[in-house]
Design a protein around this ligand. Structure first.
Ligand SMILES: Nc1nc2c(ncn2[C@@H]2O[C@H](COP(=O)(O)OP(=O)(O)O)[C@@H](O)[C@H]2O)c(=O)[nH]1
Ligand SMILES: [Mg+2]
Length: 249
């Protein structure tokens, strides 16, 4: 099974992630065989409140990285509640344009049913994708809270997505999430209030970008900012050490 994952076989990748989600000992044994590989993936966390445009940004990033010829894995972390259950379907439909592309793997991680925690399951899944040769791994997380910060530990680069007109949410993010997100994106740059949100955040964060994810505006700049952060990360330390630590191997 490990060999099949290393050969990039999608069915094997899915199977192993399912084993890991249920903390199956066989899954953990396979994972140990996988992490010895020499692949290096850029793991990018995309976080922010529901509705900010995370999935739309992720779909644009997938297109951007595919146009560079890179294999892209997407892990969508969904909270299994009646309130957000519909978001999962929306995400699937929105990303559907990429699902026929063999260079893109999209997987939803449901928070319910993880015995070892969502962050662990996500971290394990990212390692499987890395072993399977995915060069970019995008992790979309819903909301902002303690669990999110855990998931953020998996990613080398975290991008916080903010939409204008969410005054209170932006204030809450400043206090918490923005501390761990080196790149902040004000998405829905076409909406009123985008300018003042940008100004407000620029006092707090070094890198604040404006995007209109529905049209793709600003995505090239976001790709460049992520690349720059990843480059610094490479200089500052081994890119996979944190994720390896997360997998306990
Ligand atoms: N006006 C506008 N709408 C956007 C933009 N980006 C996303 N949306 C819309 O905002 C809604 C929520 O987007 P989604 O990507 O599902 O947000 P998520 O919950 O953060 O993943 C959808 O209806 C999108 O079409 C944007 O840049 N401008
Ligand atoms: Mg979404």
């Amino acid at each position: 099974m490990a060999d099949r994952v290393k050969a990039g076989e999608v069915r094997a990748v899915s199977r192993v992630i399912t084993l890991l989600e249920s903390q199956n000992p066989e899954g953990l044994a396979i994972l140990r065989l996988l992490v010895s590989g020499s692949h290096r993936a850029a793991v990018i966390g995309i976080t922010g409140y529901p509705g900010a445009g995370k999935s739309t940004v992720v779909a644009q990033l997938v297109a951007a990285y595919r146009s560079l010829g890179m294999k892209v894995g997407v892990l969508a972390v969904d909270i299994s509640s009646p309130v957000t259950g519909g978001a999962l379907l929306g995400d699937r439909i929105r990303m559907q344009e990429h699902t026929l592309d063999h260079g893109v793997y999209i997987r939803s991680m449901a928070t319910r049913g993880h015995h070892g925690g969502l962050a662990q399951a996500t971290s394990d899944a990212a390692l499987v994708l890395e072993a399977a040769g995915y060069e970019v791994i995008l992790i979309e997380t819903i909301g902002v809270g303690q669990n999110e910060v855990e998931v953020i530990d998996v990613a080398h680069t975290v991008v916080a997505i903010v939409a204008p007109g969410l005054g209170d949410e932006v204030q809450a993010m400043k206090a918490g999430l923005l501390e761990v997100a080196p790149i902040v994106v004000v998405n829905k740059g076409d909406l009123a209030g985008a300018d003042s949100t940008l100004r407000d955040l620029r006092d707090w964060c070094p890198t604040v970008l404006r995007t209109i994810a529905t049209t793709g505006e600003g995505i090239a700049e976001l790709v460049a900012a992520i690349a720059e952060h990843q480059r610094l990360h490479e200089l500052l330390g081994p890119s996979v050490s944190r994720i390896r630590k997360g997998a306990g191997v």
